[in-house]
Design a protein around this ligand. Structure first.
Ligand SMILES: [Zn+2]
Length: 105
């Protein structure tokens, strides 16, 4: 991935070009990010919550996510095994711990 992102401030401890998961709908601007997961292994997922289809899952860089929605910068300090959710763009993020799915154990 060769992206050049220029941010005046960068909230995450991760590099701008860290690979993260999102959905096609988010990247195409069709849906806002509604669910953010910080996995136990350190992976981040920024999902719209409208699809679980693996063909809609996209690996992009964290910089692309911040450009798509700067408010996810508020979640930079969220620890692993926590998720954040909201119903619509512009709403406050609600952060809470989550149980890992059993089929991933
Ligand atoms: Zn990018």
């Amino acid at each position: 991935m060769t992206h050049s992102h220029a941010f005046l401030s960068w909230p995450f401890e991760l590099a701008v070009n860290t690979g993260v998961f999102t959905t096609r709908q988010v990247m195409e601007g069709l849906e806002p990010i509604r669910e953010v997961y910080h996995d136990t292994d350190g992976d981040w997922q920024f999902l719209c919550g409208t699809t679980l289809d693996t063909t809609d899952l996209k690996l992009v860089c964290l910089g692309c996510i911040l450009e798509a929605d700067p408010t996810v910068g508020e979640l930079a300090g969220m620890p692993p095994l926590w998720c954040a959710s909201r119903h619509a763009a512009g709403e406050e993020w609600v952060q809470e711990p989550y149980e890992p799915r059993q089929d991933e154990a």
